[in-house]
Design a protein around this ligand. Structure first.
Ligand SMILES: Nc1nc2c(c(=O)[nH]1)N[C@H]1C(S)=C(S)[C@@H](COP(=O)(O)O)O[C@H]1N2
Ligand SMILES: [Mo]
Length: 487
């Protein structure tokens, strides 16, 4: 059985690999966005129902992307092996298999938001190569098959290395241009952090959430931002134009609407950026424009209420993070940031276009998938210490964590041990209401199992609700509760 199917299966896989590497090479050399594997991955992400996507982010975290690519690889492997085997007797299977393979790649590439007609070419050409190669190996007598396999494998390796080299060289050029950027000092610097903030208030790293299977590689020299739509005067700004404006620096907490109660998709970093409100004012925007749609280079759309951008909060076009140019994974060279809104509703990375429109006229990417059109952050709190299920020594134990309600600020945080009364936690100082608040509570821990709960009250006096809500469609609610054992 294996003897009869092994070689045809391998030949199917090798011919497909030849087609894929050829298509990837052509795309890398011309239009990286047209690369078929990433296009198919992107199309799968966009078509995945929201609950499945949420499940993947929840269970796989940042491994969601490798898992997706691995899954696509597996499907390809099975499909192309089957085509190899079935085409031994039937020539048309080789042709139909290759055609299907090319059409799926082409359709995926054309479905991308930034697609041009050309983006179908790498997939179709790759399919033609794969189909031709399969017909050729199929027609070879078994005795000369070994040489055919070696030639195929060699070509795959060669094309693969060439494609990968082009990608590396481009990535290196972007990294160097990023390192060469000299960010001007902020005209409006961040307040020094209160000396009593505890470690971890700000961090060198921020969580990452996005749909980008490969990181957009943006050339700062040619990047521009266009502000248009319901405006009197369109603006077009280069990166240098942005740096020429007075910059503002702030510590701001950003969090993801997909974060579960107690989850990790939140962080505070020091941002440097151009205030957005004066820029919008310069365009003479139509008062009827109630939505600003930010578009990224890879076609993400994020809609933000114009009112929130003009209400005095520190909404910015960020060029820096923690004293450096933006890291590529956080939106290099420029991203939007709207304090007080979840990332999906105000913080478009790799932004290149801002369009003034209305909520009635346009649904942004996540809104089309059922998420709320406006995404104000809900008041929340988290216990970081002790870790869930940790063992604690009896006696004085510190319970600690963070609470956040960006814009409204945190007035009080309370901790509850088992079913006793709520006790006020101590709040550490903060630079503004746009950051999370660190809290701690000195607990006289008595031996046995215990349940700890936390709840916050925001600056308006509203107490964080106990009612459990899933992250979908507008952010999780509920008290974070952990259990520990005291020795
Ligand atoms: N271009 C682009 N911008 C994006 C996203 C995305 O998928 N693509 N995801 C948004 C979401 S859901 C969040 S929570 C934040 C996360 O920003 P970070 O990865 O820098 O932490 O980016 C937002 N901006
Ligand atoms: Mo998010």
């Amino acid at each position: 059985m294996l003897r009869r199917t092994g070689k045809p299966a391998l030949s199917g896989v090798l011919c497909a690999a030849l087609g894929v590497t050829a298509a990837e090479l052509l795309a890398a050399a011309t239009r990286p966005a047209a690369a078929p594997l990433v296009a198919v991955g992107g199309a799968v992400i966009d078509a995945t129902p929201t609950p499945v996507k949420e499940f993947a982010v929840r269970t796989l975290g940042t491994y969601d992307k490798p898992a997706l690519l691995g899954g696509i690889g597996l499907v390809l492997l099975v499909f192309t092996a089957a085509v190899g085997v079935l085409s031994v007797r039937r020539r048309w299977v080789a042709i139909a298999g290759a055609a299907l393979f090319g059409l799926v790649g082409a359709a995926a590439a054309l479905s991308r938001p930034t697609a041009t007609l050309f983006d179908a070419v790498p997939s179709l050409l790759g399919a033609a190569i794969a189909g031709t190669a399969l017909l050729w190996t199929r027609s070879r007598p078994a005795t000369t098959n070994r040489r055919a396999f070696l030639m195929l494998a060699g070509s795959v390796a060669l094309l693969g290395v060439a494609g990968e080299t082009i990608k590396r060289v481009r990535g290196g050029a972007i990294a160097r241009s990023r390192e060469a950027i000299k960010l001007p000092a902020a005209a409006d610097p961040a307040k020094p952090l209160p000396s009593s903030v505890a470690p971890g208030f700000t961090s060198a790293k921020l969580y990452r959430v996005d749909t980008a299977l490969t990181l957009p590689k943006v050339d700062v020299a040619t990047w521009s931002l266009r502000i248009h739509g319901m405006v009197d005067k369109e603006l077009e700004l280069s990166f240098a134009d942005l740096l020429d404006r007075p910059l503002r620096e702030r510590d701001i907490t950003l969090n993801c609407v997909s974060n579960e109660v107690g989850g990790p998709y939140i962080g505070t970093v020091r941002w440097l950026g151009v205030p957005l409100a004066p820029l919008l004012a310069e365009t003479g925007l139509d008062p009827k424009a109630d939505q600003l749609v930010a578009r990224s280079v890879e076609g993400m759309t994020i809609g933000t209420p114009v009112a929130t951008l003009l209400d005095g909060r520190d909404a910015m076009l960020c060029v820096g993070m923690n004293g450096e140019p933006l890291p590529v994974e956080h939106g290099f060279p420029v991203r939007m940031l709207t304090p007080g809104l979840y990332g999906y509703a105000g913080s478009c990375k790799w932004v290149t276009e801002l369009e003034l429109t209305t909520f009635a006229d346009f649904d942004a990417y996540w809104v089309r998938r059922g998420w709320a059109a406006r995404g104000p952050v809900k008041t929340a709190s988290r216990i970081d210490k002790p870790r869930p299920f940790a063992t604690v020594q009896a006696g004085n134990a510190t319970v600690a964590g963070v609470a956040w309600a960006q814009g409204r600020g945190i007035r009080t945080v309370e901790v509850r041990v088992d079913d006793r009364d709520w006790q006020k936690a101590e709040l550490l100082p903060v630079p503004s209401s746009d950051t999370w608040v660190q809290w701690r509570y000195e607990w006289k821990a008595t031996p046995g199992p215990h349940t700890l709960a936390v709840r916050a009250t925001d600056g308006t006096g509203e107490v964080q609700t106990e009612e459990r809500a899933t992250p979908f469609p507008d952010g999780a609610t509920g008290w974070h509760t952990i259990t520990t054992t005291v020795d």
